[in-house]
Design a binder for this molecule. Sequence first.
Ligand SMILES: [Zn+2]
Length: 209
Amino acid sequence: MKKLILFIMGPQGSGKDTQAELLSKEFKIPTFSAGGLLRDEIKRRSPLSDEINSYISKGFIVPTRIIYQLIMNKINQPECERGFILNGYPRNKEQAEAIKGKIEPTFVILLDIPDKIAIERISHRMICPKCGRVYTVKDPNKDNYCEVCHVKLVRRDDDKEEIIKKRLELYHKETEPLKEIYKDKLLIIDGTKSVKEVFNDIKNKITKK
Ligand SMILES: [Zn+2]
């Protein structure tokens, strides 16, 4: 099989991380995100990490050129020889322009879900403050506990409704227009179905083409 390069797009709550993991296992290619690469770089205390930290500590967004450099370093590693999955990137036109001609996706997977469902899903998401495991709970207003640590789960600040709404707005304004740029490679997937159904839909479309 030739090199498989997948981009995964979709709003928060559309299941990007879950599907990226499943696809990574299925096609035996690594998956990574811009946020993950930034965290790895900081952990490794690389020469770039001081510069990255200087932005993050001041609450600034890390510039596109730095993220671009991290992505290029990553995809030139032997583990990416057969392909890779870029999860949640590019997120806007500037980022798409930066990689144009350098990284050409085989497919761009768009996990499509209505805002209402995104909000509903995220509002049921809770996290263990001790181990960081993420759970989807039936009732977020009830006491819910981590299966491993037996600690009471909490909501993340990022998952509060106003913040979710702002992020969804940003997604519609900045990320959704990328559909036009990638229209020849776009696979629009109904993200409201179960994890397994969504995965099968993606897999079928990739292997058929
Ligand atoms: Zn825990």
